[in-house]
Design a protein around this ligand. Structure first.
Ligand SMILES: Cc1cc2nc3c(=O)[nH]c(=O)nc-3n(C[C@H](O)[C@H](O)[C@H](O)COP(=O)(O)OP(=O)(O)OC[C@H]3O[C@@H](n4cnc5c(N)ncnc54)[C@H](O)[C@@H]3O)c2cc1C
Length: 447
């Protein structure tokens, strides 16, 4: 059995930045495992980078203050901006237009956040990952290798006693690796598997909130006035009807609507290429849902909604024109691009099934989303043009949460967690920051 100092599960930004930090602190014999044949996780996804402590991280969850967050963000930023194809797309300092947008948003009781933003685009993802890998000298990658179990080797064992063992599957064969410390950064795709495993090995976890909503796609001319100033603007609404929180998220000017496939359901998402732009802009509009008693399982809640859409759409997401939504009727194939209804002003970039999004979303969520869209239309007149497209479901499963200490160590000694799949981040920069915190904790506590 090969033995390492640190076994890292997942090669997304959390795992990669943890490895970089461990090496910077003098640790060698690091192993990163990923079931994909290409390391990266979500680093291949679009690469919009938000450098603002208010976006993608939760200071309380990471047990850091604003100053710590800014300094960690600076460390991450340095790595990204040295990648030549990463371009700054939002300039914050001294930007008077941002002050104007803030003012308009405030007039409508909406919070507006304009972070410093950089972007490298889905088409540069692989080059970026190669650049990161080039920084690692003492890390071995085990790719196409799925971790199926994590075990503690009994302290009494002759060899490797007290260490951890990864049991993996590669090409139908079982392989085993041991290490002193485990860092689990399974991302959202591995979150439920890791949650189930954690329960078996005694690592505490619980449910976090979930974000449920839609992806809005519109003719970009209605949104260019804001995205020309802030590439990915964040508007946060507190709805009057239900006093709930709704926010815009992941804006892609000139982008495309994409789909994430989870087997028994599909979710909508969006991205943009660095060179090939479309005529449209898309963004997520999501409602944060907390569940308490008697049912707190936000995962099941989100999956129920997603499966409902899967059924209604015959296995594909549903899309509805605002013009149809306003009239309370479903969209249909025959009128989907109707010129007379002005639907031809926005050509869908994804082939979803024309239908009725209100059949699959709870009424409270529909109320919140529509109220927020109407407010946004006051800030940016035109976004509720009849041709605007509403795709569902867009769900952010950030719903697994691991209580940890400030080093991101769980209740089990030697098992650390980081990234989106464990409730420590929401986005690439946040995931990278959590990986760095865990790496520093590992070295401080165990080396
Ligand atoms: C379409 C799309 C667009 C996005 N655009 C942006 C964006 O522009 N900006 C932004 O900040 N965020 C964006 N995101 C979100 C971003 O991708 C995530 O926030 C980020 O990747 C989380 O990093 P992570 O390291 O926690 O997990 P991940 O990046 O998901 O990495 C986890 C890795 O663990 C591996 N893994 C899981 N389980 C196992 C197992 N059992 N064995 C072996 N390997 C395993 C997975 O294969 C994966 O590679 C986007 C997401 C999507 C889907």
């Amino acid at each position: 059995m090969k033995d390492f100092n640190v076994l890292i599960l997942g090669s997304g930004p959390a795992g990669m930045f943890a490895a970089i930090q461990l090496e910077r602190m003098g640790i060698d014999r690091i192993a990163i495992f990923d079931r994909n044949r290409y390391p990266a996780g979500g680093l291949l996804n679009d690469g919009k980078l938000n450098f603002d402590y208010r976006v993608g991280i939760d200071l309380d969850e990471l047990q850091i203050d604003r100053i710590d967050a800014q300094s960690l963000m600076q460390e991450v930023r340095q790595v990204f901006i040295e990648f030549p194809r990463c371009q700054q797309v939002t300039f914050v300092d001294g930007n008077k237009d941002i002050d104007e947008w803030e003012k308009v948003a405030r007039e409508h009781n909406v919070q507006f956040i304009a972070p410093e933003q950089w972007h490298y685009g889905t088409d540069n993802g692989k080059k970026f990952v190669n650049y990161l890998r080039g920084m690692l000298r003492h890390t071995t990658f085990f790719l196409g290798t799925e971790v199926i179990s994590i075990e503690k080797i009994p302290p009494s064992a002759k060899k490797e006693g007290g260490r951890y063992r990864f049991v993996c599957r590669k090409n139908q064969k079982t392989e085993k690796y041991s290490g002193k410390i485990v860092l689990a950064a399974p991302g959202r795709s591995g979150a439920y598997w890791f949650r189930d495993l954690s329960r078996k090995i005694g690592v505490n976890n619980d449910f976090g909130p979930i974000d449920v909503g839609i992806r809005v796609e519109l003719n970009r001319k209605f949104y260019d006035s804001i995205t020309d100033v802030v590439y990915d603007p964040k508007f946060i609404f507190q709805t009057r009807r239900h006093d709930d929180r709704v926010r815009t998220f992941c804006t892609n000017p000139g982008g495309r609507v994409r789909v994430e496939n989870y087997g028994n359901f599909k979710l909508v998402n969006g991205d943009a290429l660095s060179k090939h732009k479309t005529e449209n802009t898309n963004f997520a509009l999501i409602n944060t849902v907390f569940l308490t008693r008697p049912f707190s399982d936000t995962t099941e809640f989100g999956q129920m909604i997603a499966r409902q859409f899967f059924l209604l759409g015959g296995g594909r997401p549903i899309v509805q024109r605002v013009g149809d939504f306003r009239e309370g009727k479903r969209s249909s194939k025959s009128t989907f691009n109707s010129k007379i209804r002005h639907f031809d002003r926005c050509r869908a970039t994804y082939n979803a099934v024309p239908g009725d999004i209100t059949l699959g979303l709870p009424a409270r969520i529909v109320d919140n989303l529509w109220e927020s869209m109407k407010t946004l239309d006051k800030i940016m007149p035109g976004i509720l043009h009849p041709s605007t497209l509403l795709y569902a479901p867009e769900i952010k499963f950030f719903d697994t949460h691991f209580p940890t200490d400030r080093y991101l160590e769980t209740n089990i000694e030697g098992i650390f967690v980081a990234g989106d799949g464990t409730g420590k981040s929401r986005g690439i920069v946040g995931a990278a920051i959590s990986g760095i915190i865990a790496a520093k904790g590992i070295v401080e506590k165990y080396f």
